[in-house]
Write a protein that binds this ligand. Structure first.
Ligand SMILES: *Cc1c(COP(=O)(O)O)cnc(C)c1O
Length: 396
């Protein structure tokens, strides 16, 4: 069959299975209330957990950065594209979130996807072993595959299974790799126990704090700060397009690890350095996150989280036990999930339906993503709409 025919057929199969994804077009900035595809909606779809994406101070920092550094960086970091704005942000990040290791250093990447590919391919190779949680983010999965290390997947957060795999392995080095907050479940990995296993078995612990950074821990310093863990064998990755409201990602580790990444990480070396103004804006975001406004936003977010937890327990569906801003509601089949999401959409609520391969088959869900930009009135509307949908589905 001709490739075009094959693709057309495959797309029809996706349609039939309720797996075709469609993009919506936003006409206004990312916020709790926005215009999407020409309609005003209340959004529960973003990862803008602190409601900073449209913050005027960040827009101002971005334009100040453009005035200072222009538009493009002009080159890769090793060939002229590394600006004062990049260097400053790396210092800011190391002092803000590097408290878990002596001599911390940070490296800024254009995206979290690239940071994860970089870290796993630079630290592990043939002969190494990567122990990966079954629910890890796709970018960690791809990084592990690309590294050519022996990849061993342990059942989600199963410390006994992980301990047995580590015990049986003679590989060096060994890397345990996990999300801190799981992106489609919202639960937090057993960080202290993971570090305990790493130290016991001479392994490193690589954590992806995409959904924890800015939200968890004192001043939003992230999941490791919340758990108050310290070790030279920790590597922390965080993304800056979620709670930080801008774009990019960091890796923080002992300075020697970072220097090795600068020498070897292909997604750092063979790509144009990001727009310097963006990193200038991220530095401004760190000041917001770590200051009084950040504390207020986190406190408000926490009340929204607790209220949503209680509310989801009154629906006929299965909430996940999450204390973070990611509040999933498992519906089951793709069809039913799309129906519920469609009914919420009719009510002007944008709650994405998450389906395989992002989540396991049969666990399709609504992913309700909370933000400090939401008000209690927004949750009133979500509560009323969910109540309405569950009544009409019971009656059907
Ligand atoms: C979003 C996300 C990434 C990717 O980060 P980007 O900056 O969007 O590329 C990596 N890991 C996790 C857990 C994520 O949720």
């Amino acid at each position: 069959m001709h490739l075009l025919d094959t693709l057309e057929h495959n797309l029809q199969v996706l349609d039939a299975q309720g797996l075709r994804r469609r993009r919506r077009v936003a006409q206004t900035p990312c916020a709790a209330h926005m215009t999407v595809d020409g309609r005003e909606v209340t959004g529960f779809a973003s990862n803008d957990y602190l409601g900073l994406a449209a913050h005027p101070l960040l827009a101002q920092a971005l334009s100040e950065g453009v005035r200072r550094y222009g538009a493009g960086s002009g080159g890769s970091h090793l060939l002229g594209g590394h600006s004062q704005a990049h260097a400053q942000l790396e210092d800011d990040l190391a002092s803000f979130a590097g408290g878990f290791v002596d001599a911390p250093r940070a490296l800024y990447f254009s995206t979290g996807y690239m940071a994860n590919l970089a870290t796993l391919t630079a630290l592990a190779g043939r002969g190494a072993a990567i122990f990966s949680d079954a629910l890890n983010h796709a970018s960690l999965i791809d990084g592990a595959r690309l590294s050519r290390a022996d990849v061993q997947i342990y059942p989600h957060a199963d410390l006994t299974a992980l301990g047995a795999l580590l015990e049986a392995s003679s590989a060096t080095p060994k890397l345990i790799v996990s999300d801190t907050v799981f992106s489609m479940d919202g639960d937090v990995a057993p960080l202290a126990a993971l570090l305990g296993l790493a130290e016991k078995h001479g392994a490193w612990l690589v954590l992806d704090d995409a959904h924890g950074f800015g939200v968890l821990g004192p001043q939003g310093r992230g999941a490791l700060a919340q758990a108050a863990l310290r070790s030279p064998h920790l590597v922390l990755i965080g993304t800056l397009g979620k709670a930080a409201g801008v774009s990019g990602a960091f890796v923080i580790a002992h300075q020697t690890v970072i220097e090795w990444l600068v020498q070897r990480a292909r997604t750092y070396i063979f790509t144009t350095a990001s727009v310097p103004a963006v990193t200038h804006a991220v530095s401004a975001s760190l000041r917001l996150i770590g200051g009084a406004e950040g504390d207020q936003r986190r406190a408000h977010l926490q009340t929204l989280i607790e209220r949503t937890r209680a509310m989801l327990r009154t629906t006929p569906w299965q909430p996940v036990d999450s204390h973070t801003a990611v509040q999933p509601l498992i519906i089951g089949s793709n069809e039913a999930t799309l129906e519920v999401a469609g009914a919420l959409d009719q009510a002007g609520l944008w709650v994405p339906a998450i389906r395989p391969p992002t989540v396991p088959v049969g666990t399709s869900r609504l992913r309700i993503s909370l933000s400090a930009g939401h008000s209690h009135e927004d949750l009133d509307r979500l509560e009323a709409a969910l109540g309405h949908v569950s009544l009409s589905r019971r009656a059907a």
